[in-house]
Write a protein that binds this ligand. Structure first.
Ligand code: A2P
Length: 268
């Protein structure tokens, strides 16, 4: 129904997720995740590095939504030793038997460094799908040369202003779905006059326009908010469409030159 897609390994993934980067462990995170589940989100994106997996797990249990109806992503913190052992710790914190998706958070140590352990984590049943984050197209290719099980997603910063068109094309051509984190530019892009003009014309909000752009560009999209009304607003994106002219106008906001790099400046 346009709300989910099938990954290259056959697993289905909901296209809209709540991202919980920088949401502290505790009531703020629990409330956000529970509100999201109540608003119809069926995909939550967390990470070992965020330190809030326990809150995500508690909110999932409190929500009353069945575990099998929610897609849970967490990410391996590449500083730590073994992806399989760290997956087990994530599962304990989350209080689940397996995550739906387990991602290498960034290519520290090189693009192949963590992959053997990621494959082991999947074989052990700790993760249904495995993927990567913050990988450039050439890093994806390096990994694909040695991978027995190919990654099925690459999660990168992505928005009209960070429209890495070549990275998107390369990932899709290699069977990786692209996931957009910071689709609102961590809030900065909501103030852009061109985004606001489109939003006003459609009687929508800038956040909804940016999320809709990501969906129409074929991305899985992970907006973050800790406010209930914004969490709800960000989910109201399946009942309208941008025209191709508006999509192209938004494409034109790109400041990256369409690069195949994951980031201009790695922060790690
Ligand atoms: P808050 O969490 O206080 O609601 P991104 O997803 O690109 O990382 O952007 C997240 C930022 O955008 C957060 O600061 C969040 O604030 C803000 N935000 C998220 N959704 C909305 C919205 N619908 N309207 C206004 N601000 C929003």
């Amino acid at each position: 129904d346009g709300r989910a897609r099938v990954l290259a390994d056959g697993n289905e993934i909901p296209l809209l997720a709540l991202g919980v980067w920088q949401v502290p462990d505790g009531p703020e995170c629990e409330d956000s995740v529970r509100w999201a589940l109540e608003a119809g989100y069926r995909h939550i994106d967390t990470a070992q590095a965020y330190g809030n997996e326990a809150s995500v797990g508690r909110a999932l249990r409190d929500s009353g939504v069945a575990r099998e109806d929610v897609f849970i992503t967490t990410k391996f913190y590449p500083g730590s030793k073994d992806p399989e052992a760290e997956a087990q710790r994530s599962l304990e914190r989350l209080g689940v038997d397996a995550v739906d998706l387990y991602i290498v958070h960034w290519p520290q140590g090189g693009p192949t460094w963590a992959w053997e352990g990621m494959q082991r984590a999947q074989r052990s049943g700790y993760a249904r799908s495995i993927g990567i984050s913050n990988f450039s197209a050439s890093e994806v290719d390096e990994l694909l040369k040695v991978a027995e099980v190919a990654p099925v997603v690459n999660q990168v910063q992505f928005s009209p202003f960070e429209f890495r068109r070549d990275l998107l094309t390369a990932c899709e051509a290699r069977g990786l779905a692209l996931e957009a984190y910071s689709p609102l530019g961590t809030g900065r892009h909501l103030r852009d006059p061109q985004v606001a003009e489109i939003a006003d014309r459609l009687n929508r909000t800038p956040a909804q326009v940016l999320i809709r752009w990501a969906l129409q560009r074929g991305l899985i999209v992970l907006p973050k908010s800790t406010h209930r009304e914004r969490i709800e607003q960000n989910a109201q994106v399946f009942d309208f469409e941008l025209t191709s002219a508006d999509v192209e106008a938004l494409d034109g906001l790109d400041a990256t030159g369409g690069t195949d790099r994951a980031l201009e400046q790695p922060w790690w």
